[in-house]
Write a protein that binds this ligand. Structure first.
Ligand SMILES: Cc1cc2nc3c(=O)[nH]c(=O)nc-3n(C[C@H](O)[C@H](O)[C@H](O)COP(=O)(O)OP(=O)(O)OC[C@H]3O[C@@H](n4cnc5c(N)ncnc54)[C@H](O)[C@@H]3O)c2cc1C
Length: 390
């Protein structure tokens, strides 16, 4: 491609960076691809701190299609991603997602439900009695019902990340442990990155997959990106009452969500308006006790006795313009591609995003058109609505 050190340098080796490296190398094994990741333990990466849920229950068509692809690949992931006969164990469990619907949201929920079924997703509309038939410990009476996606579920995010990384490396991608301190450019466009200890590295293309640090990385190239880190907490609960069968990821209209975890535990969280912004990772048991437990116990009265076993906090990379991905070439800097702003649903989008970016960069036909997420809308200050109309 060029006399530069690399064809493509990827900033950040989380799910976005590693899936992108994998799809690039799959498409063209002669490429010189480097992934720069400052922390190979991924201690603060959102990928490893996520709830690892995948669902087709979205209201934007492209988000549904992205997850359909993820569900498709997860089913044969262990076979497809084996390295030297060693299969990754990703513990993919399709225990469903149940979204409770408030009367005020019913029209929107029915519209989304119809769109999902038209796209071929398995999703069911349940009235309260059906919810109780399946999950007798729930109290769904305040709601008009719920939508249940039996194919939705969760998996081991770390194992999936490690599988992409291992396969990308086997195919020839290089992982560099370092920090990108600057995206370098010439008048023609991007020219590479400056690293904290390995000096300047040149490349034809730079792809920013820096997660919650996306705005900081973009700033080094003079770009103002509306992406902020927001702390989200997850609590691990040991309830006195033990449920007999797994509980699906259950989402109340307020945003409170929980699901059963192996070992008879419950994982629970909620995005709240006063969640702090910034790079902080402490978690606060009182937040659960004071704010979330009363709401949980109202919906599941048997959960009035429980212990908080532990918890953790991770960062959502929130796109403050419209909460959706910013995906594709930055219009004002040739060769710089962004995969940023995934908020709370980026893990499941990694495979489709990685494939899309590789096709865009290599100018191949698109398997799935995700141009709706193109960065031009940021420059135009044109928010994407829930239905995708701008
Ligand atoms: C509590 C919580 C629950 C979630 N639940 C879900 C869920 O159920 N389902 C779902 O799909 N998504 C979920 N998400 C969202 C999902 O985790 C993220 O959208 C996704 O992991 C983003 O991946 P990424 O690769 O962009 O970012 P990350 O995984 O954060 O990776 C970015 C990497 O870039 C590196 N980096 C940053 N800056 C630099 C630099 N200058 N130089 C070198 N390296 C750098 C970082 O070290 C990091 O490893 C959740 C997130 C949180 C916090």
């Amino acid at each position: 491609m060029s006399p530069k050190t690399y064809d493509i340098i990827i900033v950040g080796g989380g799910i976005m960076g590693s899936a992108t490296a994998y799809y690039l190398m799959m498409a063209d094994p002669t490429l010189k691809v480097a992934v720069v990741e400052r922390d190979p333990s991924y201690a603060q990466a959102s990928t490893t701190l996520s709830m690892s849920n995948v669902r087709t229950q979205f209201s934007l068509k492209q988000n549904v299609q992205i997850s359909q692809y993820t569900l498709q690949i997860l089913n044969s992931f262990e076979e497809d991603m084996a390295v030297d006969g060693q299969k990754p164990k990703i513990y993919f469990r399709q225990e469903g997602n149940l979204f409770l619907v408030a009367a005020s949201d019913e029209d929107d929920a029915r519209q989304a439900f119809q769109m999902q079924t038209q796209l071929g997703c398995r999703v069911e509309w349940w009235l309260s009695q059906k919810i109780i038939d399946h999950y007798p410990l729930y109290e769904p009476q305040p709601f008009v019902g719920g939508t249940f996606g039996p194919d939705d579920g969760y998996f081991d995010a770390y194992a999936v990340l490690m599988a992409y990384k291992a396969r990308a490396r086997i195919l020839g991608a290089v992982y560099i442990q370092d920090e990108v301190v600057r995206i370098t450019k010439t008048r023609r466009g991007v020219s590479g990155v400056a690293l904290s200890t390995h000096g300047n590295q040149t490349a034809e293309y730079v792809v920013s997959c820096a997660g919650a640090w996306a705005a900081e990385v973009a700033k080094t190239a003079g770009i103002d990106l509306p992406v902020i880190p927001v702390k989200r907490q997850v609590f691990v609960l040991d309830t006195a009452f033990k449920f007999e069968k797994p509980l699906p990821l259950t989402v109340l209209p307020s945003g409170l969500y929980f699901r059963s975890e192996t070992g008879g535990l419950i994982l629970l969280g909620k995005s709240m308006a006063d969640d702090p912004t910034g790079f902080a990772f402490s978690w606060d048991e009182q937040r659960f006790i004071n704010h979330l437990w009363p709401e949980l116990a109202e919906f599941v009265p048997q959960f009035d006795r429980l212990k908080v076993v532990r918890g953790w906090a991770g960062l959502y990379a929130v796109n403050t313009l419209d909460g959706n991905a910013i995906l594709g070439q930055w219009p004002e800097l040739n060769g710089l591609y962004l995969a940023n702003g995934f908020s709370g649903h980026g893990l499941q989008q990694g495979p489709a995003v990685g494939r899309y970016l590789s096709e865009l960069i290599l100018q191949k036909p698109l398997s799935l058109d995700l141009s709706i997420f193109a960065p031009q809308r940021i420059l135009d200050n044109r928010a994407l609505s829930e239905t995708g109309l701008v």
